[in-house]
Design a protein around this ligand. Sequence first.
Ligand code: PSV
Ligand code: MN
Length: 424
Amino acid sequence: MHIEKNTIHGHNQSLLAEHCRRFDFLANNTDNVEAVLQKLIKFQVAIPSWALGTGGTRFGRFAGGGEPRSLEEKIEDIGLLHALNQSSGAISLHIPWDIPQDAASIKALAAQHGIRFDAMNSNTFQDQPGQALSYKFGSLQHVNKAVRQQAIEHNIQVIKHGVALGSQSLTVWLSDGSCFPGQLNFRKAFQNTLESLHEIYAALPNDWKMFVEYKAYEPNFYSTTVGDWGQSFTYVNKLGPKAQTLVDLGHHLPNANIEQIVALLLMEGKLGGFHFNDSKYGDDDLTVGSIKPYQLFLIFNELVEGMDAKGIDHATGLGWMIDASHNVKDPLEDLLQSVEAIMITYAQALLVDRKKLEEAQNNNDVVTAQEVLQEAFRTDVRALVAEARLRSGGALNPLGLFRHKNVRANLIKERGLKTVATGL
Ligand code: PSV
Ligand code: MN
């Protein structure tokens, strides 16, 4: 399904007067409003190819209907999101869930929708039909060299798919680890993993990056071989300049200070990419900003401060991706909400009075430092984000228009009720 430009235009006209009233108020009270708008317009968040269908849990899966049946339909869905919000102009593919049969035509289809290919994701956490050796006891860490070799070759294959699509990064997330004490020699598991990662790194094209994603637990419940940012950081430092750490917001132990992790990784030039989501208990993969919006703001605050300190372009310097799962919501509506939450939080972080904050820090004025942060966090920036969307041709109210056009009902009519998208 497509939403035509004139449909978006008509929708915007009906909301314009109210929008202008809200935007003008904000613009009159915001310094550098034009510069902020330009940054918002440029900022794009990649949509994961595996988040366009129902996620489910290990207890069940309740399909919502109209799920994309092919990579082409996944790209169409992202095209729809991007037409509505103009901030979803990239896709992150998971292989082998989304192997392009004809890379040139997939690339052309994505380009028609204004979508580029962000990081490619390898999968050595599941066995695929016909696979020679099992990953039950790990992949890049495995005690058997032949299993490691199979996983290395898979990653190299993923890079090749990415090259054909114009991607420039590979995300490696390993479920490798152990479920019980004594199962694994930690040092040997680390060394095997490092040696395997070196071989994958050697296959990276010159202009590529490799993101090493960490996760505290699940599916292994005693140890994870890339379990936290310290371990990822050790691997990427040993690998070389093209290797960087990827932070998935759901992959920390409870109450971890993610904003501090982000600040230090950025300082060391080792923060490569992000998987946005939110969580209450573990790797819940909930809608961004739905549980801990202030934490997300504090993370963005460090991102903006750290990127500016290093002269990193906000839009292109790091890989920005969502990693989410939808059990009770329409996946497309959920993704619209997640992107909106990211844009709102980014806008708030751009509004932080950096000079005043630095002065407060230098004077040990804790109260003012908190006031500065909360002043920005408590600003209702929705009209600012909407103005950025309006200027790029998106809808003033993407979710409202999505519902008004009965998108899900149309997708069910086109694709059927029982379709199942590839993914988790
Ligand atoms: C693992 O939980 C993870 O965050 C990795 O990024 C995977 O690629 C993705 O989720 C799979 O859903
Ligand atoms: Mn992730």
